[in-house]
Ligand binder design. Structure first.
Ligand code: F6R
Length: 608
């Protein structure tokens, strides 16, 4: 999500900034820009769309200078448009930013009261105003940025350039990546290593809560609190391709590991921990609207449909509203009964899936209110919906959806809590307890990811299987479907997901000693029933792989046990999906398939 580049050196920097941004393209973006200091003035060039558009602008209207900052923007606040592209300028100050400023609403209000004019819809412009105000009060640029950081809350990596000083760039990091590149008489900064490798293989990773100042002579690093930081550069030995994947072998593996961050970004600034309500602004569903909902209809395809199943379950449980989940590709061809009083929730990571878009349009024409749960700002489904709840997973490159799926689960869980609170079906105390546990999930997910090596060894044991079954009950039944989909799409192993209770109605006939059966066994209200289903599998010699939060549960039943941290029932899917994603990844990788681009599949399905 967004890419930052900064350069202080001796060469014309516009082409260097552009090339650096090209190396960050994989992060996804929808507009781009640069600010270059020509020794007297700051010259800003920006363009909506791809870097070629920015290249065209620069060719028509060149900028010259040896200090500059650049940015690719992946829209979060405000549409993808030139006016929202970075850098944002206020007075003498130009800023590029990656992340989300949580308290932007109150800060913007107060800045407007001080007479500040805004030229974009972004949260970033606030930073430019705050730094400008601080320098006007006489603070040096580094101190002005420090003052600003004390006021803003949220996730950020920022780079700041001042017209008053062409010799330096000031940087800061909190929860968004930033790395410095050390060269001979040149210093760079970027969101990721690939953007630096053409100029430097010696890099310094900034840590959260740190700021830096780069000049041609080197870097000065301090914590925001003012403690000097001495950190030696590390030498990067990765190839450029490896570097773009952050050292991971595949984008999918990188994205699986990015899930805790994606979850943090999706929750950040949204949940009002005290009362369990979401910021209604972007969704357009306030308390009265929530009370008026008669029924919820989820529309989605593939992995997003599995997230919808999760949403349906939780909405019924917490908000006591009838809910159904429909495959979008089927819905519109059956003359559906849908209309006023229905809240239709279109779930789609791309926001462009033709089936989901068409089904949501059909429902809208029939009078339903449409809420889009999408990952891409300004996408077709977001544009046609009455309100939008964005998942902030960042761009997903691997065709198999992973971090977008867990971000969808998180967004729908937040929505269920919000509707439950608004409709009076979920008490404040229960909501607070649930939210208190919710914010622990990214940490627990990191623990689940630590088990990757063990999952790899389990994958090795089922490497040559032709088929696999995935079983779960309650909330875990959607996870069983998702686990099976992941395995089949990237490893080409035939896999089926079933609700555990269905086994004896047919699929049990498939079970023998050669059949791996992945059983979801978190300690929840369906555990006992699931254990009976697992007994049925064991009685037919099935090869049980148990996903548990308590190892004693499957001790005598499972060939392999994979443990994840325990949590409350509503949140278990966010943890139990992790080993299933890893299992399919390792099976696929060990079988040598094209993990990131499996055969016959596309990332965004814009055909029916
Ligand atoms: C599977 C996968 C697909 C998508 C489906 C819908 O890993 O990614 O099943 O979930 O094509 O796509 P979106 O979510 O973009 O509507």
């Amino acid at each position: 999500m967004c890419g930052i580049i900064g350069y202080v050196g001796t060469e014309e920097c516009a082409p260097i900034l552009l090339e650096g941004l090209r190396r960050l393209e994989y992060r996804g973006y929808d507009s781009a820009g640069v600010a270059v200091h020509d020794g007297r003035e700051l010259n800003v060039r920006r363009a909506a769309g791809k870097l070629t558009a920015l290249g065209d602008v620069l060719a028509r209207d060149p900028v010259h200078g040896t200090t500059g900052i650049g940015h690719t923007r992946w829209a979060t606040h405000g549409k993808p448009a030139e006016r929202n592209a970075h850098p944002h300028v206020s007075g003498d100050i130009a800023v590029v930013h990656n992340g989300i400023i949580e308290n932007h609403v109150e800060l913007k209000r107060s800045l407007k009261e001080q007479g500040r004019e805004f030229h974009s819809d972004t949260d970033t412009e606030i930073v430019a105003h705050l730094v400008d105000l601080a320098t006007q009060r006489g603070l040096d640029l580094f101190e002005a940025v420090r003052e600003t950081l004390k006021v803003i809350r949220g996730a950020y990596a920022i780079a700041v350039l001042s017209r008053a000083d062409s010799s330096r760039i000031v940087l800061a990091k909190n929860a968004s990546p930033l790395v410095l590149g050390v060269g001979e008489g040149v210093m760079l900064a970027a969101s990721d290593v690939p953007a630096l490798l053409a100029h430097s293989r010696d890099v310094i990773f900034l840590e959260d809560g740190e700021m830096a100042e780069i000049t041609r002579k080197g870097a000065r690093i301090e914590t925001v609190a003012g403690v000097a930081v001495e950190r030696a550069a590390v030498r990067i030995t990765w190839s450029l391709m490896q570097a773009e994947r952050g050292g991971y072998k595949h984008f999918m593996l990188k994205e699986v590991h990015e899930q805790p961050r994606a979850l943090e970004d999706t929750l950040r600034g949204r949940v009002l921990l005290e009362d369990g309500l979401l910021e209604p602004g972007e969704m357009g569903i306030g308390v009265d609207d929530a009370k008026a909902i008669k029924r919820v209809v989820f529309l989605a395809c593939g992995t997003s449909f599995h997230a919808a199943l999760h949403g349906r379950y939780l909405l019924e449980a917490l908000a006591r509203v009838p809910a159904v989940a429909e495959l979008a590709s089927e819905f519109r061809y059956r003359d559906p009964v849908v209309g006023e009083g229905d809240l239709v929730i279109a779930v789609s990571q791309s926001g462009e899936t033709a089936d989901t878009l068409a089904a949501a349009k059909e429902a809208k024409e029939r009078g339903a209110r449409i809420l889009a749960v999408v990952n891409v700002q300004g996408s077709a489904i977001a544009r046609m919906a009455h309100g939008t709840l964005y998942t902030h997973a960042g761009p997903e490159i691997g065709v198999a959806s992973t971090k977008c799926f867990t971000a969808q689960l998180a967004a729908l869980t937040m929505l269920a809590i919000h509707l439950g609170r608004s409709r009076g079906t979920l008490g404040a105390e229960k909501a607070r307890a649930l939210l208190g546990e919710f914010v622990q999930i990214p940490h627990k997910m990191r623990t689940a990811l630590e088990g990757a090596k063990h999952v790899e060894s389990v994958a090795r044991s089922i490497l040559h299987t032709r088929d696999a079954l995935f079983l779960g009950r309650g909330l875990s039944s959607a996870i069983a479907l998702e686990g099976a989909l992941k395995l089949k799409e990237i490893s080409y192993v035939h896999a089926e997901g079933y609700a555990g209770g269905e086994m004896k109605h047919g699929p049990l006939a498939l079970v023998d000693r050669d059949m791996p059966v992945v059983c979801l066994l978190p300690s929840d209200s369906t555990l006992e029933k699931m254990l009976s289903n697992v007994q049925e599998v064991r009685a037919r010699d099935g090869n049980v792989i148990a996903i548990v939060d308590d190892e004693s549960v499957a001790k005598d039943l499972a060939t392999y046990t994979i443990k994840v941290p325990a949590t409350v029932e509503a949140l278990t899917p966010l943890l139990t999906i992790v080993p299933l994603q890893l299992l399919s990844y390792y099976v696929a990788d060990l079988r040598g398939t094209d993990v990131d681009q499996p055969r016959n599949l596309a990332k965004t399905v814009t055909v029916e």
